[in-house]
Design a protein around this ligand. Sequence first.
Ligand code: PGA
Length: 243
Amino acid sequence: MKVIVCETYEEMSRCAADVVADVMKARHDCVLGLATGSTPVGMYDELVRRYEAGELDFSAVRSVNLDEYYPISPDNAQSYRYFMNTNLFDRVNIDKAQTAVPDGSAPDPEAECRAYEEKIAALGQVDIQVLGIGQNGHIGFNEPAEALHPLTHLTALTESTIKANARFFSEDEVIPTSALTMGMGTILRAKKILILANGEAKADAIATLLSGMLTTSCPASFLNLHDDVVVICDRAAMSKVQA
Ligand code: PGA
C-alpha cells in the first residue's frame, strides 16, 4: 500500500488527480471507477481544470460508480447520479451514455444489482477505482457487519452513515436509509485502487486500514488484500496511525 500524506485538501486533490490522469493518459478508453461524497469533490474540480486546459480527454472514457441511494430518482439533487453529472460529467467531454451509476429508481433492486454486476463485467476490468472512506470504515456502502457481501447488493445504511450524510439534506427532505452498492469483491477486482481521506473524523478508519489487518468491522481494511492501492490523506486523517 502506497501512502501519500498531504498538507492541505487542495494538495490532496491535485495529487489524486495526478493518479487518475496517469491512468487516463495510459489508456484513452479506460474504465474509471468513481465515488461520491465530499472528499473527491476537489479531485473532480482539478480533473475539470485539466480538461479545460486541454490536458485531459474524456471522450472515450467509460465509468462506473460505486453506489446510489435506494430508492431515489436520478434527477433528485441528492442522488449520486445528480452529483456525478454536476461535479464531473456535465463539465467534461465524457459520453454520458458510457457512465454507469446504479439506478436508484429501479423497480426491482435485486435485478438492478445483478444487471450492474453484468455491466461492470462487460466493461472488462475497472482500471482505477476511486474511494472515499466512511468514519466507520465503510467503502461504497459496504458497512461494518459480521459478514460482507462480495457483489453489488441492496443494503441498509447504518445510523452513523445516515447521520454523517444528513448534512447534505435539508430539513424537509427524507434521508434514504438504504442503498445499492458494489460489493467488496466488485471493488477489489479493480486493477488499481485510490482511496482518499481528510480530517480527524477519518483517523480511526485510516488507522485500522493501515494496521494491515483485516476486519469486517472496518470494510476498508480488506484493501490490504489488493496489491495496488494508493492512499492519499491529510495529517489529521493520519493522526491515529501507529508509527
Ligand atoms: P465523505 O464520505 O467523502 O462525504 O466524507 C466518504 C464516504 O462515506 O465514503
